[in-house]
Design a protein around this ligand. Structure first.
Ligand code: TXA
Ligand code: MG
Length: 354
């Protein structure tokens, strides 16, 4: 982004009340091809008119995002869906009925009129109906589908609260709508339908276990843990969420074992006069009290919802500590743990499984 393009975004406080008049102002910015950061139940998004190639180009520029990485288009009603895709199959119908509005993005065949710049040149389009009230009201007021990637610079952890977002994006967007901390904290589950089966391209709050429990057949995949990246979701091939310091993920089914490995590694690094920061569970915090290293707790290992809520801001906090190494304690991969580990594997340079 050139210096001359820099602007100073205005912050709108919708934490306690959504003002009708201000909603109109936000909708107007969208209609005029501006950029608006807004909250959703998953993470914040940088939104712009999905039907305007000019507006979409601005999103790519503001994020520094590669242009082959397509956007998710956010809608507030089914008329909007019909303007974006002409074909909806029975499995997609069922998914929408069960999970919309909510944290599930579904890939559809795109309508010809939709500019390839939104879809990164793909013939398909990712669509989601968010459940966050502010998001829903902004889209409805603009009466336009809104393309919105997560609110962060490309490669950084997704923005889940205003403080983190302001620092990164204030001079790159027109408006930032503050709706408080994002409730879930991890981006939506992205799925595509293969015949009548559901293929998870990006794990999220809607878990594979939940889909199976609801009677969906799944395409079995390793990609959930990032071992076998899914190029079908172009965003998955890029390194994400990466802190500036070296970051290692310590992954072992036993919590005691994880603790032991982390302790051993901290001692080794400190022996070399290196500064270390640990991101781990609340329960392990005490074990490091005597040791001079930073400890950032993501919450109890027993509560994956809390961990998902906190994890991106923990990665950002660790980034602010001037350390040589960040050690991240992994979580169990069941349920929401699969999505959390997917993000942590992408953040880390190396996964240690011993
Ligand atoms: O929760 C979320 O999904 C947030 C909020 C703002 O809604 N948005 C978000 O957007 O995470 P973004 O751009 O950071 O991630 C979109 C993901 C990328 O991995 C992208 O490659 C994938 O969706 N995607 C978009 N269109 C696709 C398509 N047509 N086929 C396959 N994957 C697609
Ligand atoms: Mg993103």
């Amino acid at each position: 982004m050139n210096k001359k393009d820099k602007k100073m975004g205005k912050i709108i406080d919708f934490k306690t009340k959504v003002e009708e008049e201000t909603l109109e102002e936000i909708a107007d910015v969208i209609r005029r091809d501006g950029l608006v950061v807004f909250p959703t139940e998953t993470v914040y998004g940088i939104g712009a008119n999905a039907l305007s190639p000019i507006a979409i180009k601005k999103i790519y520029e503001a994020k520094g995002r590669p242009q082959d990485n397509p956007m998710i288009v956010h809608i507030s009603d089914f008329d909007m869906l019909r303007s974006l895709t002409k074909k909806v199959n029975a499995t997609q119908e069922r998914l929408m009925k069960l999970f919309w509005p909510g944290p599930l993005t579904i890939i559809f065949e795109k309508m010809e009129e939709i500019s390839p710049i939104v879809t990164g040149g793909l013939e398909t389009i990712a669509i989601r109906m968010p459940s966050n009230e502010i998001a829903e009201r902004i889209i409805a007021k603009a009466a336009l589908p809104i393309a919105a990637p997560s609110a962060n610079l490309s490669g950084k952890p997704s923005g889940t609260n205003i403080e983190d977002i302001k620092g990164e994006l204030i001079d790159r967007v027109d408006l930032i709508v503050d709706g408080g901390d994002a409730h879930i904290g991890l981006e939506s589950t992205v799925v595509k339908i293969v015949e009548d089966k559901v293929k998870i391209l990006r794990p999220g709050k809607v878990t594979r276990e939940e889909l199976v429990a609801r009677g969906f057949k799944l395409v079995e995949e390793n990609s959930v843990l990032g071992k076998d990246e899914a190029p079908e979701s172009p965003g998955m091939k890029y390194r994400h969420y990466a802190p500036k310091a070296r970051a290692y993920l310590v992954d072992h089914p036993s919590r005691e074992r994880r603790l032991e490995t982390i302790k051993k590694m901290v001692m080794e690094e400190m022996g070399k006069c290196k500064k270390v920061c640990i991101i781990g569970c609340l329960e392990n915090q005490d074990a490091f009290q005597e040791i001079t290293c930073e400890y950032i707790s993501y919450g109890s290992y027993k509560d994956l919802e809390v961990i998902s809520h906190n994890i991106f801001s923990c990665l950002r906090k660790a980034d602010l500590e001037n350390v040589d190494l960040i050690l991240i304690e992994g979580v169990e991969t069941l349920g929401l743990g699969g999505a959390i580990m997917n993000r942590l594997i992408k953040a880390a340079e190396k996964v240690i499984r011993e």
